[in-house]
Design a binder for this molecule. Structure first.
Ligand code: GAL
Length: 690
């Protein structure tokens, strides 16, 4: 059964990440006082502070955090406590090096950084369980503590694990899954290049191989296993916390690779919190993976926020960017310009966040993150960002009732973990999918068409049902090279019930192990679309990019081409415009009784094609009656109990004007009808009954 894993707040709430162990104790009271004066009512603490309370194995001293929590309580500051397992104490890894993660070559990762432990070490699990239990017993019912964060950013920094404990656990996991070596050999196509295992002792996670890549099917299993290990580690902690901390929430923060975050949240957490750093768009790593959303810059972060929303419809942001970023050796980022901090905060809120906690109260004066600025600079003097925070706090007050409102989207972009993981290695798949997803998101953003990211799930705890998809009028499933029969059936039911669904090139030719069975492409999608792929090619290197012609419109057809042969119940909507398959079908549609339509696009999605398809499906610009806005402004609506909140977000350095036609009101209650101006990086929140 699927549980609603939303944060439950009836007021938008501000928090901040705080590190009492970094500062002289005399500063604490002043820090808390100023936080409260700026509208911050929650402080997150402790995620890297294990040694503060356990200086040597089994010797506990809680005095420092006792004092901090008591002070917080006296001053009416609420606290989110963390479990400290992201940074094991030096004494621990020195005594139990088996707790460390390792490279494929077997070299250990030592302290000096963070997240250098592995999930399968028996000793690390034992010692983690003990510190979590001790903390939960001590602070479980502390009046200042409102909730718990497990670890910090599971699978951040590194999402690959090759310690001895991981190799052994992988072997056991495969044994349970396959039972016999024959079945394992079959699943991983071991006949190819003579990789047949003849004894379980030979089986391991990938080791050093030529070109750094071993068997691709085993690599896919490896990612599933990493997800399983990470989830088990989180669940171990969640079970302890739930036992001891009645009435407090349990969460973790961030979304990272090789981890089924949906399953993790369903099985152990109350909701997910996300860490939002849109300033990446302006820094040293801007453009990395930005693809077609490159021109959206910080606005592209909405796609990541949509991922958080797909797990927890109302989520929290545990770390919201509040200053320039960067470590001393990478990720350099500039100072947010006036208004940008508020813009990024409200971007999170517009996308469904009800709790925003800034990273961090004060910029750290030591360590790798001396350039990852917080709200306060090293000097601790009043500054522009703190001034801006006062305005944000006032806006939270005025728009606070938006909390609990659900982001409204009638269009979904489908995805699933198996395809995401497969695409990480498969170059015919991953880059195609990434660029299409970004193009669709950009077309949706610029046309003011809110979209959700929708995860199709086929796990032990949940299999996506057609009822979950039914609220969407249209779904894009860009390039599911892996398409199971069950998922195909749910999608077929969706179109049979009136939904509109688009697949892109290279759909459906792989099974769940990433093998390519002997069936015509696009596998199980053939039946849904009544189409066959009769020729295909990689088009990524074509110069210029070939076009698809749809009536009198031309749209670029990036990356990969499938030449289509529709069956008797499908028809051709568009053709390749030139090249050796010029004139042959590139887009087909099959109509279902009840209004449903299944489209097959024989290429990657360009921005232009995504835009045409939004129009073709009649789902583009759903708020056109309500307002006219320049494309530079993001439009989002959150709705609850007969009330709607409209968020207008200006991502540019120029003022923008929107024309409001509907009965929207400003937050002071006056009518918003007519022209409303948004200053550079400005935000406008309007509300309306109904
Ligand atoms: C996050 C992390 C924080 C801090 C921040 C800035 O990923 O959770 O602890 O490191 O990034 O680097």
């Amino acid at each position: 059964m699927l549980h609603d894993k939303s944060i439950k707040l009836d007021q938008l709430t501000l928090g901040v990440c705080y590190y009492p162990e970094h500062w002289k104790e005399e500063l604490w009271a002043d820090d808390l006082k100023r936080m409260l004066e700026h509208g911050i009512t929650v402080a997150r603490v402790f995620e890297f502070a294990w040694t503060v309370v356990e200086k040597e194995e089994g010797v506990f001293d809680f005095a420092l955090f006792d004092r901090f929590l008591d002070l917080a309580h006296r001053m009416k500051m609420q606290v989110i406590m963390c479990t400290p397992t992201a940074t094991p104490p030096v004494w621990l890894t020195h005594k139990y090096p088996e707790a460390l993660n390792a490279t494929k070559e077997g070299d250990l990762y030592y302290h000096g950084h963070r997240r250098h432990y592995n999930y399968n070490s028996r000793e690390y699990n034992r010692l983690s369980a003990r510190i979590v239990t001790k903390l939960a017993e001590r602070y479980g019912d502390h009046p200042a503590v409102i909730g718990w964060q497990i670890d910090n950013e599971i699978n951040c920094e590194i999402a690959e694990f090759y310690s001895e404990a991981d190799h052994a656990a992988f072997r056991d996991w495969l044994k349970k899954r396959f039972g016999t070596l024959d079945k394992l050999n079959e699943a991983i196509g071991a006949a190819f290049w003579n990789q047949t295992y003849t004894d379980w002792a030979q089986v391991s996670l990938e080791k050093k191989t030529l070109h750094g890549h071993g068997n691709p099917h085993l690599a896919l299993l490896e990612k599933r296993f990493t997800s399983h290990s990470a989830r088990a580690f989180v669940k171990m902690q969640a079970d302890i916390l739930h036992k001891h901390v009645k009435g407090r929430f349990v969460t973790t923060n961030g979304i990272f690779g090789h981890l089924d975050n949906h399953e993790m949240t369903q099985e152990g957490l109350d909701f997910l919190t996300y860490d939002s750093y849109p300033n990446f768009a302006y820094g040293q790593e801007a453009g990395i993976n930005a693809g077609d959303t490159g021109s959206l810059k910080d606005r592209a972060w909405g796609l990541s926020l949509s991922r958080a929303r797909s797990i927890s419809p109302n989520f929290g942001v545990m770390e919201q960017q509040s200053g320039p970023g960067g470590w001393d050796y990478r990720m350099l980022m500039p100072m947010p310009k006036p208004g940008q901090m508020q813009l990024w905060t409200m971007q999170s809120v517009a996308h469904g966040a009800d709790f925003i906690s800034y990273f961090r109260w004060r910029t750290c004066w030591v360590g790798t993150e001396i350039y990852w600025h917080g709200l306060n600079d090293y000097s601790n003097r009043p500054n522009r960002r703190l001034e801006e925070l006062k305005g944000i706090s006032a806006l939270f007050e005025a728009a606070g009732a938006a909390a609990g409102g659900r982001y409204e989207a009638r269009v979904g972009i489908l995805t699933d973990y198996l395809n995401e993981w497969d695409g990480e290695r498969d170059l015919w798949h991953g880059p195609l999918d990434a660029q299409s997803r970004q193009a669709i998101f950009r077309a949706a953003q610029l046309s003011h068409t809110p979209v959700d990211l929708v995860y199709l799930r086929e796990t032990a705890s949940h299999q996506t049902t057609v009822e979950e998809l039914a609220p969407y009028s249209a779904l894009f499933y860009p390039h599911p090279t892996i398409l199971t029969q069950r998922t195909a059936q749910v999608l077929k039911d969706y179109v049979a019930q009136g939904g509109k669904l688009v697949f892109g090139a290279r759909t459906g030719y792989k099974d769940e192990y990433g093998r390519c069975p002997m069936v015509p492409m696009p596998g199980f999608a053939a039946d849904i679309c009544d189409v066959e792929v009769v020729e295909y090619t990689l088009a990524r290197f074509d110069e210029p990019v070939l076009n698809i012609r749809m009536g009198d419109q031309l749209a670029p057809a990036p990356d990969a081409h499938d030449v289509l042969q529709p069956g008797s119940t499908a028809r051709v909507l568009a053709q390749f415009d030139s090249g050796w398959y010029g004139g042959r079908p590139a887009l087909t549609r099959k109509d279902y009784e009840g209004g449903g339509v299944a489209y097959y696009l024989g290429s990657g999605f360009s921005f232009e094609m995504a835009d045409l398809l939004l129009k073709e499906m009649g789902v583009r610009s759903p708020y056109a009656q309500e307002l006219t806005c320049p494309q530079e402004v993001e439009v989002a609506v959150r709705r609850k109990d007969g009330e709607a909140f409209l968020f207008l977000l200006n991502y540019t350095e120029q003022a923008q004007a929107c024309d409001i036609h509907g009965d929207w009101r400003l937050l002071d209650g006056s009518s918003a009808k007519g022209s409303q101006s948004l200053p550079p990086f400005g935000v406008l929140v309007l509300r309306k009954e109904g």
